[in-house]
Design a protein around this ligand. Structure first.
Ligand SMILES: C[S@@+](CC[C@H](N)C(=O)[O-])C[C@H]1O[C@@H](n2cnc3c(N)ncnc32)[C@H](O)[C@@H]1O
Length: 233
């Protein structure tokens, strides 16, 4: 990288991002202040989680976790809309974690929300146990290099997540991931999921082949051999 490009990427762009005013959105009665560069689509297509989980008649979950939370548009919306009792959030980006902590403070949610700065699940306390895990994780293996919102090199972020999540998932817990057919299909993940001792219990909206434009789909995952709750069958 040339010196000018380096200065642009390391100094000018971050300074402009810092100076940009925060945005604000209210989801399920919870107000979230966030910087635009933290939004990975959770405010838009990520909100499809709410009608989707309601359409499956999912009862209120005791504890939900949003993996790769960013500002946690999905997690806070679940909480605000009464789909979970308490919430756990984690992201690798310290700015996203600060945003989540600000939302907790401003909405006085200290008793119901825990926020962790964590590369994948590496810094999540062993005592955490989740009934529901949701995520809109990075969607592309071969595009957007250098953009942590979008790029998952070698699908290693997904692979590590599948191999480490079982210890945190209750025996009848359910993982629901929102993925993008522009970057993957259900089959992209099946082997990783099964190798981790998990299994796919439902899929919704997968086009079964890569698409030219973004088309989002859901994958429901449970522990292998577990009897999933009725809403996830
Ligand atoms: C598609 S964005 C989703 C953000 C937010 N959930 C939303 O829906 O707008 C993906 C998120 O994954 C986070 N991320 C990327 N790699 C990660 C890792 N190794 N561990 C934890 N979070 C990661 C990024 O910082 C980013 O916030």
């Amino acid at each position: 990288m040339g010196l000018v490009k380096k200065i642009e990427n390391k100094i000018v762009r971050p300074a402009l991002r810092w100076a940009r005013p925060a945005k604000r959105v209210t989801l399920g009665g919870i107000t979230i202040e966030y910087k635009a560069e933290l939004d990975g689509g959770g405010i838009e297509f990520g909100q499809d989680f709410i009608p989707f989980l309601r359409s499956r008649n999912m009862p209120k979950q005791q504890r939900a976790f949003e993996w790769c939370s960013g500002p946690a548009f999905i997690g806070f919306s679940l909480l605000g809309n009464g789909l979970c009792e308490t919430l756990c959030l984690a992201d690798i980006n310290p700015a996203a974690v600060d945003s989540c902590r600000g939302t907790v403070r401003q909405n006085r949610l200290e008793n119901s929300v825990s926020v962790y700065h964590s590369n994948n699940l590496q810094s999540i306390p062993e005592s955490e146990r989740w009934d529901l895990v949701v995520s809109n994780p990075p969607h592309f293996v071969d595009q957007y290099e250098g953009d942590i919102r979008a790029h998952d090199p070698g699908w290693n972020i997904h692979r590590e997540f599948f191999s480490t999540v079982p210890q945190y998932l209750k025996d009848d817990g359910v993982i629901v991931l929102q993925e993008n057919n522009r970057g993957s299909t259900v089959e992209t993940f099946r082997e990783m999921i099964e190798h981790a001792g998990l299994e796919i219990t439902f899929t919704h909206g997968d086009s079964k082949e890569l698409t030219a434009t973004s088309e989002f789909f859901f994958i429901g995952i449970v522990k292998k051999g577990a009897s999933p709750p009725k809403w996830a069958k």
